[in-house]
Write a protein that binds this ligand. Structure first.
Ligand code: ADP
Length: 428
């Protein structure tokens, strides 16, 4: 952005300088033409003679010019000085016809008195002051060959100070010198602020990913260590078959739990992002929930829980991916059974709510504290670490459920009180 600005500023300056010089030269040329129009070619005493009487500045004519001339000179066709205004010039014409830029030491008195627009009356009086000092200034001069009847009658040479252009360009330079760094600073600051804002979600997801990776490896390391320990201990004493069987059962148990965890991780990795709508179909939710309830009724009864399922008689149709929807309800139901002690109750309900369908999994279990409640949908978060580990959870079930429900465009919420129970509600 900096280099673009610098190139842009350079191009702007170059074009402006070029344009100013072009219009300046045009004015100088017009002045020269105007003066040259006053030149009269005639014969006097049988000699060819050029009459400069009517030429503004050079002649005695009082015609005024609206441009400040530093000097005006008339040279014969042979290049000899005939008449001049301003500082004493060389007696021979030195320059080729055309425009030239020179730097000359010019006494302020030598400015044409009639010069009006480019110098204020104050400047003019200063220029005419008796003790005004001579100083070098940049001049733009034009040497114009003057023809009459296709015959060269002489050269008119005029010069004007380049001060107006120099002043305007100096102003532009100041503007660019301060403007470009200020614009750069403003762009840099805005870019920095916007970049920071844009980076925030990226940083958050990077942190999340890092946490997820370290949590996942931590979770995998514990059962892996248990497997290695049991295998090593089993190898020490190969004589006791009962001990061997115990060790092998522990190894199988740990390996199975690792398998479940890897299954969860794979699920989250595979279903990252929105779901493919091709996999959606019209699902009879009542039927789906009834079949889940049948699967879990026995488990709940075995644990000594009262399990009830309240579903409407008419089918509730939803557009969903049936396996994922089943998985999300199963996660809630198995949690409810897992975290409800013997004698408690677990209820699965579903009902129509205006244009939506509500699924509710309620229990009278251990509940979740107010501090844990905002975090329980985070990956690997376990409200009660010791109890959750004991009950076999990885802290991924609710994250998966929330992921599935949101991918379906639904919402999941929870209400819970410690030692009172929890109520998970899905709206589809
Ligand atoms: P986990 O596999 O550990 O159960 P989840 O993601 O399913 O992981 O749940 C996260 C945490 O939320 C659990 O560790 C548990 O502390 C709490 N939790 C989830 N469901 C319930 C519930 N029905 N009753 C009490 N606590 C629950």
């Amino acid at each position: 952005m900096g280099s673009i600005l610098v190139v842009f500023a350079g191009a702007l300056y170059f074009l402006e300088a070029k344009e100013q010089m072009r219009s300046f030269d045009q004015r100088l040329y017009d002045v020269c033409q105007f003066m040259a129009a006053g030149v009269e070619d005639g014969n006097a005493q049988n000699r060819k003679r050029v009459d400069l009487e009517d030429v503004p500045i050079l002649g005695s004519d009082v015609l005024s010019l609206d441009t400040a001339l530093v000097f005006a000179r008339w040279y014969s066709p042979e290049g000899e000085l005939v008449q001049f205004f301003g500082d004493i010039p060389p007696s021979q014409l030195k320059n080729d016809p055309g425009f030239q830029t020179t730097t000359e030491v010019v006494s302020p008195r030598s400015f044409a008195r009639d010069a009006l627009t480019d110098r204020s009356p104050n400047d003019q009086s200063a220029a005419n002051a008796p003790n005004a000092e001579a100083h070098p200034i940049r001049l733009r001069q034009l040497t114009l060959p003057v023809y009459q009847d296709r015959q060269l009658i002489g050269y008119l040479q005029v010069a004007v100070p380049l001060t107006p252009i120099d002043d305007a360009l100096a102003q532009l330079r100041w503007f660019l010198v301060f403007g470009v760094p200020s614009a750069l600073a403003a762009i840099g600051f805005t870019g920095w602020v916007l970049g920071g804002l844009a980076m925030q979600p990226i940083r958050q997801s990077y942190d999340q990913l890092q946490r997820f990776t370290s949590d996942a490896s931590h979770e995998l390391r514990a059962p892996l260590a248990a497997i290695v320990n049991n295998a090593q201990a089993g190898l020490i004493d190969l004589t006791d078959p009962l001990e061997q069987q115990l060790r092998l059962e522990k190894i199988i148990g740990r390996a199975e739990s690792m398998g479940i965890l890897i299954g969860h991780l794979l699920f989250l990795a595979r279903h990252e992002g929105p779901l493919n709508s091709d996999s959606f179909s019209s699902v009879n939710l009542t039927g789906l929930l009834r079949s889940i309830a049948e699967d879990y009724r026995q488990q709940a009864t075995d644990k000594g829980l009262n399990f009830s399922c309240e579903l409407p008689d008419s089918p509730l149709m939803v557009n969903a991916e049936p396996n994922l929807l089943r998985q999300s309800v199963v996660n809630l139901l198995s949690n409810a059974i897992r975290y409800t002690p013997e004698g408690g109750s677990v209820t699965l309900t579903a009902a129509r709510q205006a244009q939506r369908v509500m699924i509710c999994v309620e229990d009278t279990g251990v509940g979740i504290s107010a501090e844990d409640l905002p975090h329980i949908f985070e990956r690997f978060y376990r409200a009660d670490k010791v109890r959750s580990r004991y009950t076999g959870g990885f802290g991924l079930g609710l994250a998966i459920t929330q992921h599935i429900i949101e991918a379906h465009g639904g919402e999941i919420s929870v209400k819970s009180q410690l030692e009172q129970g929890s109520c998970f509600q899905i709206l589809l």
